[in-house]
Design a protein around this ligand. Sequence first.
Ligand code: ASP
Length: 529
Amino acid sequence: MRVDGAHDLRSEYVVRVTGTVRARPEGTANPSLPTGGVEVGDCAVEVLSVAEPPPFPVSDRSDADETVRLRHRYVDLRRDRLQRNLRMRATVNAALRAAMDAQGFAEVETPMLIASTPEGARDFVVPARLHPGSFYALPQSPQLFKQLLMVGGFDRYYQIARCLRDEDLRADRQFEFMQLDAEAAFVDQEDVLSFISPAVLAATEAATGTRVEGGPDGIPRLSWADAMARFGSDKPDVRFGMELVNLTPVFAATELRAFQAPAVKAIRVPGQGGVVRSRLDALTDTAKRWGAKGLVWARVTGPGEIDSPVAKFLSAQEQAGVVAATAAEAGDLVLVVADERRQAEKVLGLLRLELGRPPVNEGGYHFLWVTDFPLFEGLDDQGRPIPAHHPFTMPHPDDLDRLEADPLSVRSQAYDLVLNGWELGSGSVRIHRPDVQQRIFDLIGIAPEAAQERFGFLLDAFRYGAPPHAGFAFGIDRLVAILAGEENIREVIAFPKTQSGSDPLTGAPSPLEPAVLAELGIRVLPPPP
Ligand code: ASP
């Protein structure tokens, strides 16, 4: 905007300009500025607030240090990027609320000062002044309260809920994050998917203008077992191919010791046959760090022909088998891992991402429902099964009688929503019978007295007429980050924490005055050496 006359104005001053807006004279318009077509004539300029020079230029082109940006977040928020991201976030929230309201869901708020709700992370706790020595936990999710709401007759609940989990921070994780949390009574998995899919697709369209096409509900499905077999991940990024190929039959009778394993699997990396040896060595080291016994590479040199350190130990038939099974062409690279099946899949899944994953803002929006998770993801060091979701997840009805005898084979009625390789959220059909809930607690090592102490209120509620119920929750920060093309959820949160969990703007966390500690009945130990 051009303003008549001379005024002593500096960057970031707050001014009131009164005048007549008119088109710029012929030849002086500047199309590269948003207001480059107009100017203000006959104007009066009043300075409402002066500004010190900003700590960094308020231009998207400059890349100021993150701590400086966060310390002066109010300046940072003026940048186009954050303006756009936070406004997009507001659009997403509004679209989610509208979609849930339209389906008859009522938004109900649940408390922040609660007893612990287990979601697999550490709780943040708050000392209770009126009960010295006692603490509230901040909710890792509204999980138990939404189940109580089902017993309380709110058969369709949702909430845009703040969740707090004390875990190490990373690009897609902050201590506090927002979820669209939902629960409904007298429903099954299909109903939940049919409630959540339109909400998430409406939010995507409202925020980006992109209508996501797909199956009947717009979001394709994949079973957990297929996701692991084809992508080596329970949150597959299906924006690109490079799917895992099973070479176990090719090496069924192999002489090569390294391939005499329960599973031999591979990925084809198109056009990467010429990659230098040092890169292949680095990939091998990475694969070992991820737990592989080794990584075998093969450059495809021609039809049925490979160049590989192990080529001389492989029969011509095996070499041709690798090329045929992976559909590799001359110039491609094939990476092979032989191990226990899950281990081979995990390592290849990570290599696939390392070598093929497109930047976050490329390839469109590929939502995916992953279904049929196992109930337990493994055994802890005392041989007890570890729940893959939280312990309120209903086992598959056909597997209930194997719960104690063969827990790792039991399927759950749990499902995840995945977008471009990010886990957006998860949900499940819940246990609504106290006897089944008790069996799960017994299995995972929560003794009856401990269960009564920690979750007695839920077990009690189930004794007063609990409808079958199911639900879901997904992370709004993650959804908005992907829709905004951001790799880090900090870019879609107004006031985020740094990687080490501090807030350079307010100085949190900070020590408490001795008098405050005394009032809370707390004595602080010196930091460990
Ligand atoms: N409470 C779960 C979570 O936060 C989601 C759910 O099961 O509804 O992951």
